[in-house]
Design a protein around this ligand. Sequence first.
Ligand code: 5GP
Length: 147
Amino acid sequence: MMDIPAYETDNIFARIIRGEIPNTTVYEDEDVLSFMDLFPQSEGHTLVIPKKAEAVNFLDIDPNILGVLIQRTQIIATAINTALRPDGIRLIQFNGEAAGQTVFHLHFHIIPVWQNANMKPHADSSGNGQADPVTLQKLAERIKACL
Ligand code: 5GP
C-alpha cells in the first residue's frame, strides 16, 4: 500500500505558485496554473497544477478541486493540439516515488507525441535535458494563442 506523505510546502511547484521560482506560464486562473515543463519529454510538454490545494497526489486531492483541474487540463490539451498539431497526446500523472513521481504537488503532464520523434526520458534533470527558456516561451505563446 502506498503511503501518502505529508505535503511539503517547499516543493518546487509550491515555490513556483508563490512566485519564488520563475515559470513559463501557459494558463493561469484563481484555481489552476499551467506552465511548460523545464525538462520536456517532447516539444510542448506542459504541466497543470492546482494553486490552492496542498495535495501531494491524485489520492490526496479534494474531488471538487480535481474536477476544476481536469476541466482546465482538457482546455489546455485542446489548445496544445490546435497549436502544435501533434499526432497524439499523452496525459500522464504519477503517484508515489515508486511510480516515478519526483515532485510531490499533484500535477498532470500533457505530452504531445509525434510519430517518428523520440521521447526524452521522464524528469531528466541530469544534464542536457533542460529546455532553452526562449524556446519554451515561444511554445507557450503558440499554445496561449489557441486558448
Ligand atoms: P513528476 O516526476 O513528479 O511526475 O513530474 C515532475 C515534472 O516536473 C517533471 O516532468 C520535471 O521535468 C518537471 N520539473 C522539475 N523541476 C521543474 C522546474 O523547476 N520547473 C519546471 N517548469 N518543471 C520542472
